[in-house]
Design a protein around this ligand. Sequence first.
Ligand code: CA
Length: 230
Amino acid sequence: MTTILIVEDEADLRELVAHHVEAAGMIALQAATGNEGLALARSKKPDLILLDLMLPDLQGVEVCKRLRTDPATATTPIIMLTAKTAEGDRVQGFEAGADDYVPKPFSTRELLLRVRAVLRRRDQTTPQESDLITGGGITVDSARHIVVVDGVEVKMTALEFRLLATLMQRRARVQTRQVLLEDVWGLSPDLQTRTVDTHVKRLRERLGPAGDHIETVRGVGYCFRIQDNA
Ligand code: CA
C-alpha cells in the first residue's frame, strides 16, 4: 500500500491531512519535527513525503537536503508545504531537491490531487504507448518514467527527469536558464537563481560519463549534444 509521510508541526493540520490520506486508501505516517521526519523516512521508506517548510527544529529545506543525500531517500518524491508564498521560498525548496510545492492554505482535495500526480509520474510502469527519447547511450521512457543509461536504470527525482527529458527533446538547441526555469520548474524566467545549475550538476552526477552530453554554454545555459550527429 502507498505510504505518505507527513512532516508538519501543527498537529491539527497534520491530523487533518493524515485523515484525508487514509480516507483515500493510503497509509499516513506523522512526524511533528524535522528529526522525527528524517528518522521515519529512513526506517519506513514512504512512497512520498509532505514536508512543511517551517519546523521547530530543522528547517524543511534542511530536511529536504538531508533526505536527498541519503541513498535510502534520495529519489523519494517530496512535496513542500508552506505558508510562505514568495517565489524565493519555492526556489529554495527546489534547490534543496523538492519535486513540487503546495502553498498554504491549501484544500486537502487539491493537496491529494498533487500527491496523486506526483505518484503517477513515478509509478507509470504499466505498458502503454511508449514515449522514448534516446541518444548518447541514454534512454528516457516518459510513459514508464524511467531512465536507462548503457542498459542500467538510473534513479532520479521527478524534476531531474523533466529536466533531462526537456534537454534531450531539444537536442542540439541551446536552452537558456530562463527557458528551463519556465518550462521545467514553472518559475518566472526573470528570477536570479542557481536552481538550474544545481540540478544540472546533480543530473550529470547521476548520468555518470553520459552526463558529458549536457554541455554548459557559458553565460547562456545548457545544451544536450551528441558529437557525431549534433
Ligand atoms: Ca510549521
